[in-house]
Design a binder for this molecule. Structure first.
Ligand SMILES: NC(=O)c1ccc[n+]([C@@H]2O[C@H](COP(=O)([O-])OP(=O)(O)OC[C@H]3O[C@@H](n4cnc5c(N)ncnc54)[C@H](O)[C@@H]3O)[C@@H](O)[C@H]2O)c1
Length: 261
């Protein structure tokens, strides 16, 4: 399972070669090593960013992939490399196009600890806990109901379950490769997410309206019919308040861990 990568869209606009190096060239090296070692199956973390600004919402897997930032393009190129390599070598693969991953382990045993993470729910919960002064809302003039960007947030535990089921399918059907969206098929605006954080924490995060960030599309929401039809995948945590609750519990645990260290 190949999760590693550089993930910050605006950074990819400023420094595209970093993304083509770390996400594309290094994935090429990894795929070559996989082929040389005879690894039979591979799962790759791709992204909704490969769709760019989709003309339809929710977006299905066969929608045109026209990334609007180097991050999305660097991932799309890896999708192509996997497809061509699997056609030439004894390898099958599953591309999972994640939408916005969020949440934490429901028992707070693990969660996101990347320093300087830019993921909205983590950032908002950090603000609710006083670790940040405010949350930037990047763009309030998108063509969405409240003007802020709309995304499909998927709980990391449901995403992890999809990986296990995908691997079982690759093992059971070695002649078949898969490319599937991973999302819940429901979009939330930035303001709706911040309201959910306020609801769960009982506080009120300070919002700061900022200009749009380079490379950010207005809305990205998945059509998840394919993954539901292909895998016995039944999401357990498709509720924004549950996602926020788990992020909050993890963030509090992380503060305790860091206080000890
Ligand atoms: N979080 C999301 O919403 C989301 C959405 C779509 C796709 N993805 C993909 O999921 C994967 C994980 O993303 P994340 O959100 O957890 O980001 P993250 O930044 O928290 O994790 C990425 C990890 O990859 C590591 N890494 C980067 N380059 C590496 C290299 N060359 N060798 C070894 N390790 C390297 C980093 O140190 C980091 O730990 C990425 O491939 C990302 O593109 C994430």
């Amino acid at each position: 399972m190949h999760f590693a990568g550089s993930v910050v869209v605006p950074e990819s606009v400023e420094n595209p070669l970093k993304y083509y190096h770390n996400n594309t060239a290094k994935s090429r090296s990894l795929i070559e090593a996989v082929v040389k070692a005879g690894v039979p199956h591979m799962i790759f973390s791709s992204t909704a960013a490969t769709y760019g600004e989709p003309e339809v919402s929710p977006v299905t897997e066969d929608c045109p992939q026209l990334p609007i930032n180097p991050y999305g393009m660097s991932k799309l190129m890896t999708e192509y490399m996997l497809k061509d390599t699997a056609a030439a070598h004894p390898l099958n693969y599953c591309v999972l196009r994640y939408f916005n991953v969020a949440g934490a382990d429901p028992l707070a045993r693990s969660g996101q600890s990347t320093a300087g993470a830019t993921h909205l729910i983590k950032v908002a919960v950090e603000a609710a806990l006083g670790k940040r002064a405010q949350v930037g809302v990047f763009g309030s003039d998108f063509p969405t109901p409240d003007g802020t960007g709309v995304r499909d947030y998927i709980h990391v535990a449901d995403l992890a379950a999809a990986h296990v089921l995908a691997l079982e399918t690759l093992i059971a059907q070695p002649d078949r490769s898969l490319t599937m969206n991973c999302g819940y098929g429901r979009g939330f605006s930035v303001l709706e997410v911040l309201n959910a954080v306020d609801r769960v924490t009982g506080g009120q995060i300070k919002r700061s309206i900022e200009p749009r960030r380079a490379g950010d599309p207005a809305a990205l929401v998945s059509d998840n019919s394919l993954i539901k039809a292909t895998l016995p995948w039944q999401p357990q945590f498709a509720d924004i308040d549950t996602i926020v609750t788990h992020v909050l519990a993890w963030e509090q645990k992380l503060s305790e861990i860091r206080a000890v260290i």
